[in-house]
Structure formats: structure tokens, C-alpha cells
Design a protein around this ligand. Structure first.
Ligand SMILES: Cc1cc2nc3c(=O)[nH]c(=O)nc-3n(C[C@H](O)[C@H](O)[C@H](O)COP(=O)(O)O)c2cc1C
Length: 393
């Protein structure tokens, strides 16, 4: 049975464990480029033992960023910075992954700690957002939205492919499409945001066409060894929005278009949510298990999995990858801490050889090194559906 520390192979890429740094927008880029911050941020977590590491949603066009301080790969000049980051990640034993995305009607924002609101198109750091339908998100995201013409949709598919080519040149070894969190992919999928009457709207098959065509465009330019994965806004938690039934059908269709692994998350196409599981430990696990069982594809999951016993349990129950967001910010050495908590025989084998040698072998008073003492195991909650037997990958 696989556990959190088992290697995981997808296509031609093998991860040293199942622990992933989930993509997190950092608002630290200039003109979409990666700089010293990204090098420190990614390399520290690679040295801390994470198997797969995403920097953040990386935009396929300039208007696909969240703010003007967000990352992009829409220009060849942006390759070099990410290449520098990815080389050090690899040297530290990690695999660098890219999440290609477009923010759609949720772009043109300011950072969350500056209020998170949307800027108008005539602001120096704003732009007119583009989406499947001319429907603003609402609230403080109320500026006019441009409805994409079919030719513009085709241009976006080309932009995905072009960004994927640059991603490979920059040394990313894993490509994920961001179809969640109210951004462009999520809004094509959700009836709350997609009111089109052409072949990109209406029926479920039409609402998934944007995604399958983008997958085709990217798969066509990716070397065979590189996995192509996707994070879907699987559940809008709203009776008029996308549901898990839709997600099962959509991911089955995407599987036929070269999808190698699915990750499911919130739709976030509306603030009007009924019982969203934001505060629940392992709250998305039952939904991820359903995808695994009914679609039969490798599946990753995030949201509130930062207790090592819970993360390990998720892999033992049959899911393939555990994505950690805030725990990776809180503790760049989370994998080593988790290994110690879970009784791994050689926790320091997860850090680079030189760190590991000093931590294992140097004479001294072990508790004074600074690693937290191993805590007695805490009770682990197991969501109902997790008890079912998973289907093979
Ligand atoms: C600062 C921050 C930025 C985030 N940015 C992204 C993003 O760019 N793409 C994405 O898919 N999710 C993003 N997320 C969501 C995380 O990837 C993750 O799914 C979420 O934080 C739940 O995991 P956690 O409970 O381990 O934090 C972000 C989360 C945080 C905290």
C-alpha cells in the first residue's frame, strides 16, 4: 500500500514522495518574471523535501494575471527567470510543476492585503477582463467584462500551447491547467458564469469544450514524458452552479483528451455558497475519492490536509497526491516534520545530503537542533466516503 513517502510515477516523471507544494499566487513578479523571491521560495521547499512544487498560477497572456505583480509565461523574456528557479529545485531533488492559467473575469485585481478588489480598465494597473459571458463576478468585481469571440477562444488555446512550449524550455517537468477558483476555465465550466448559446455554452459537453480543446493544444506540443494534469472547480456549492455529477462527466471527457491526473477544488464562481467545506479537515477528500472511483484516473487533493496523520491517511485510502498550500508557507520543511511525526525510519534522507549528514551525525544535544519534538498522535477524522475501497489508477 502506498503512503505519503512512496515515490509516484506519472508518464516519464517520478516524484520522490506524494507531497506537493500547491500553487500559491505570491504577487512578487515584475512583468511576469520570476526573481530572487521565487528562487528562495521554491528552492527552500525543495530542500525541505517536497516531491512536486508549483510556484503559482502562471498566466498565458498578460490579461490572464490576477494583478500586474503576478507571474506569466506569455513572453520569451520570462523563460530565463523560471529556468533559474527550476534548475535549483531539481538540484534539491524536487520536480518543478507549472499551473497554466487565465484569470478571466477575476483578473485586474489588487493583492488581498490591499483589499483584493478589482481595478477598472482605465487604472494604470487594471484592464478590461475577458470571460465566456459579459457577466461581472459581482460585489467589488463589478466592472464591465468582454465576452470572448470564438476567434479569441482559439487564440487563447494557442496561448496555452505557446506557454507550454516556454514552460518546457524553462525546465518545468509537469504541466497543470488551472480550471478552478472562478478563473477562466472555471467560468466556462459553470452555468453561473457561462451563458453562451454557441458550441462553448449550454450543454455540459459544450461547457467542457474550452477545456478539452486547450488540453489538445497543450498535449500536442508537450514531450510525451511530461504529465498533463488539471485542477477543476468541481463544485460551486450552489444549486444553480457546477456539481460533482458535472465534474465526474467532465473529467471523463478530459481523460479522453490526454489528461493524466485530476485535482478537484472549489468552483468559486459565486460568493453565494451553501455549506462550502472551507473549514473542514480533509473536506475535499470525499469528492476526490469519487473522481478516483468513478473516472479511474490518478487524483490529487488539497484543503486542510496539514496534519501528517491526515495527509498519510489520504494516500493510504487510495488518492495519489496531497497538495499543501498554507502548511508549505508555514513550514518549508513540512515533509521532514511529517516524516518524524509518522515514524519514518530516515526522516533526514528527505533533505539534501549535506544537511542530512549534519543533522544525523554531528555530536551534540539533539533537542537543541530545533526540530519540534515528535508529538503523540492526534485523533484522525475520516470522512465517510474515504472508507470505500478505491478503484485502481
Ligand atoms: C496565498 C495563496 C495563494 C493561492 N494561489 C493559488 C493559485 O495560484 N492557484 C491555485 O490553484 N490555488 C491557489 N491557492 C489555493 C492553494 O493551492 C490550496 O489549494 C489551498 O490553500 C488549500 O490548501 P491548504 O489548506 O493546504 O492551504 C492559493 C492559496 C493561498 C494560501
Amino acid at each position: 500500500m502506498a503512503d505519503l513517502f512512496s515515490p509516484f510515477t506519472l508518464k516519464g516523471v517520478t516524484l520522490r514522495n506524494r507531497i506537493v507544494m500547491s500553487p500559491m499566487t505570491m504577487y512578487r513578479s515584475q512583468d511576469g518574471r520570476a526573481g530572487d523571491f521565487h528562487l528562495a521560495h521554491m528552492a527552500a521547499r525543495a530542500a525541505g523535501g517536497f516531491g512536486l512544487l508549483f510556484p503559482e498560477q502562471i498566466a498565458i497572456t498578460a490579461d490572464g494575471r490576477t494583478t500586474t505583480r503576478c507571474g506569466g509565461l506569455y513572453d520569451d523574456s520570462q523563460v530565463e527567470g523560471w529556468a533559474r528557479v527550476n534548475a535549483l529545485v531539481k538540484e534539491m531533488g524536487g520536480v518543478a510543476a507549472i499551473q497554466l492559467g487565465h484569470t478571466g473575469r477575476k483578473g485586474s485585481e489588487v493583492a488581498p492585503w490591499e483589499g483584493g478588489h478589482q481595478l477598472p480598465a482605465d487604472h494604470p494597473h487594471g484592464w478590461e477582463t475577458r470571460a465566456p459571458s459579459a457577466l461581472p463576478y459581482g460585489g467589488d468585481h463589478d466592472h464591465p467584462v468582454h465576452e470572448l469571440a470564438v476567434e479569441e477562444i482559439h487564440d487563447l488555446h494557442q496561448a496555452y500551447a505557446d506557454a507550454a512550449v516556454r514552460a518546457v524550455a524553462a525546465g518545468f517537468e509537469w504541466v497543470e491547467m488551472h480550471y478552478a477558483h472562478g478563473y477562466l476555465g472555471a467560468s466556462f465550466f459553470s452555468p453561473l458564469a457561462n451563458r453562451r448559446t454557441d458550441r462553448y455554452g449550454g450543454s455540459l459537453e459544450n461547457r467542457v469544450r474550452f477545456h478539452t480543446e486547450a488540453l489538445d493544444a497543450v498535449r500536442a506540443v508537450l514531450p510525451e514524458r511530461i504529465p498533463l494534469t488539471m485542477r477543476l472547480g468541481a463544485d460551486d456549492f450552489n444549486p444553480a452552479g457546477a456539481t460533482m455529477d458535472d465534474a465526474v462527466a467532465a473529467i471523463s471527457m478530459m481523460k479522453d483528451h490526454g489528461l493524466d491526473l485530476a485535482d478537484v477544488s472549489f468552483g468559486m464562481n459565486t460568493d453565494q455558497m451553501v455549506d462550502p467545506v472551507f473549514g473542514e479537515e480533509a473536506g475535499f477528500v470525499p469528492r476526490a475519492m469519487r473522481i478516483k472511483e468513478e473516472v479511474g484516473i490518478p487524483v490529487g487533493v488539497s484543503w486542510n490536509l496539514g496534519r501528517p496523520q491526515v495527509a498519510d491517511r489520504v494516500v493510504r485510502a487510495g488518492l495519489d497526491l496531497v497538495l499543501l498550500g498554507r502548511p508549505a508557507l508555514a513550514n518549508p520543511h513540512w515533509p521532514v516534520w511529517a516524516a518524524r511525526e509518522l515514524g519514518h525510519p530516515a526522516p533526514f534522507s528527505l533533505v539534501p545530503e549535506d544537511y542530512g549528514w549534519w543533522l544525523e551525525n554531528f555530536r551534540g544535544h539533539a533537542p537543541s537542533i530545533g526540530w519540534p519534538e515528535v508529538a503523540p498522535p492526534a485523533p484522525v477524522t475520516v470522512p465517510e466516503q474515504e472508507r470505500r475501497t478505491p478503484a485502481p489508477a
